[in-house]
Design a protein around this ligand. Structure first.
Ligand SMILES: Cc1ncc(COP(=O)(O)O)c(C=O)c1O
Length: 436
């Protein structure tokens, strides 16, 4: 092995320009509340809750203590044919937050695994009901459903797909919901519900009885916060019901308060059959994700198997890991004690007004937002993504962390942020974008 002291070479960084980063590293060496600190001691306001994870702010002692205690008590329990109390307790707590009738939770370690798990649950459900011909899946352009093979296949962001052309077959994409006429709309756009009829057209083209499930992010997050037009999700629900298609909400970003309620399903008052969740489940402290399913799905699959048999041949060594469960329980307790979902709902109008105050800037071509998430599109530079990449670095060295996807910045502060933190974020954005 080649070894050079202090070399950054060995770590192959994910979704990162490795050469560019290693030439000018931006390390986050400490986190507390709504701040990070860089390797030079600079204080950085966290404008994106890391990557939409730290709803309650960084380094909460309650979570650190719960994790430490768990590691001393029981560091690992095999999750197949054995259990540990934390997983059952956390599942119960998650089910207190999910929509009615959605009382079963399967744990995974990442949003990507949650999505692939949801795909397999949908397949198993239909097969158990004698509808194994439902092998097709529908998703959407500009969607992000993680990076495993299933999620890559469902995804609709070209850079994430084009290298991996041999992904899972049988996925059909609806159009995305970005419309020119809805630029600079705060909240749900008035127009665009008709785009849900793409699902109806797909059902008519391929046969509704061949489709297992339709996957959507209620708010498409990673592509830059595309808020669903009014009536859009409702229409998807109707079409799914008409054809026996399962509706899956991928709430990896939306879940746990980002939209002002526990789940976007509740904010938009549309009940999916399956919800995938991750990110804020443990406040980002320990990797963990989950898939919640309607009772009919769990009961169908479980009751169909012989008494002492495994019902679903699926699971991960680290499904419901004790440390992750301890972190999840502590995080949910903080959310409840501090009414953080309500706080997110209260803070949202201020947050959105302040972010939308940037719309007079020439460099900004669109702003969208809902709850505690907003997307800002910049006019691209010479090549797509170039401007966003540079801006992310400039913001960092000027004290603000924002997650960028190409030329779109996604602002999503933690719910413990104060109004003055939001003011500071917007001031830094104005100054640095204005300087470009
Ligand atoms: C909607 C959605 N699904 C899935 C994922 C993948 O999650 P992970 O990166 O934890 O695998 C993400 C990540 O941002 C996401 O936003």
């Amino acid at each position: 092995m080649q070894y050079t002291a202090n070399s950054l070479e060995n770590h192959w960084m994910p979704f990162t320009g490795n050469r560019d980063f290693k030439a000018d590293p931006r390390m986050m060496v400490k986190g507390e509340g709504v701040y990070y600190w860089d390797q030079k001691g600079g204080k950085i306001l966290d404008g994106s809750s890391g990557m939409f994870c730290t709803a309650a702010g960084h380094c909460r002692p309650e979570i650190a203590e719960a994790v430490y205690k768990q590691l001393q008590e029981n560091d690992f329990a095999p999750p197949f044919q054995n259990g540990h109390p934390g997983a059952f307790e956390l599942a119960q707590k998650v089910c207190r937050l999910t929509p009615d009738g959605m009382d079963h939770v399967f744990f995974t370690n990442s949003g990507s695994e949650a999505v692939d798990t949801a795909l397999k649950i949908a397949m198993a459900y239909h097969r158990t009901r004698g509808e194994g011909q439902r092998t097709r899946f529908v998703s959407r352009e500009r969607a992000y459903h993680g990076v495993n093979i299933g999620g890559t296949s469902l995804g609709g962001m070209v850079k994430n797909r084009e290298t991996f052309s041999g992904v899972m077959p049988g996925v059909v994409h609806m159009r995305h919901t970005w419309l020119e006429e809805n630029r600079f709309t705060q909240g749900q756009p008035e127009t665009g519900a008709y785009l849900a009829d793409d699902l109806q057209r797909i059902a008519e083209t391929y046969g509704g009885t061949t489709i297992a499930a339709c996957f959507v992010e209620p708010i498409a997050g990673s592509t830059g916060c595309l808020v669903p037009p009014k009536g859009y999700l409702e229409r998807l629900r109707e079409i799914c019901d008409a054809h026996g298609i399962l509706l899956v909400f991928d709430e990896v970003i939306c879940g746990f308060g980002r939209t002002g309620k526990a789940f976007a399903a509740q904010s938009f008052d549309v009940s999916p059959d399956i919800i995938t969740m991750a990110k804020a489940l443990t406040n980002g402290a320990v990797p963990m994700a989950a898939v919640a399913v309607q009772d009919k799905i769990y009961e169908t699959i479980v009751n169909a198997a012989p008494e002492n048999a495994i019902e679903l041949f699926h699971g991960y060594t680290y499904s419901g890991h004790p440390t992750a469960c301890a972190a999840g329980l502590a995080a949910l307790e903080i959310y409840e004690k501090e009414n953080l979902f309500e706080r997110a709902a209260e803070l949202s109008p201020y947050f959105l007004d302040r972010v939308f105050s940037l719309q007079d800037m020439d460099a900004i071509t669109d702003i969208r937002g809902y709850g505690m998430i907003a997307g800002i599109d910049l006019a691209p530079g010479d090549k797509p993504g170039q401007r966003g990449t540079q801006l992310q670095k400039d913001l960092f060295w000027n004290g603000l962390h924002v997650k960028f996807t190409a030329d779109t910045g996604i602002i999503a502060p933690s719910f413990v942020a104060e109004k003055e933190h939001i003011d500071q974020m917007v001031e830094i954005l104005r100054k640095i974008i204005g300087g470009k």
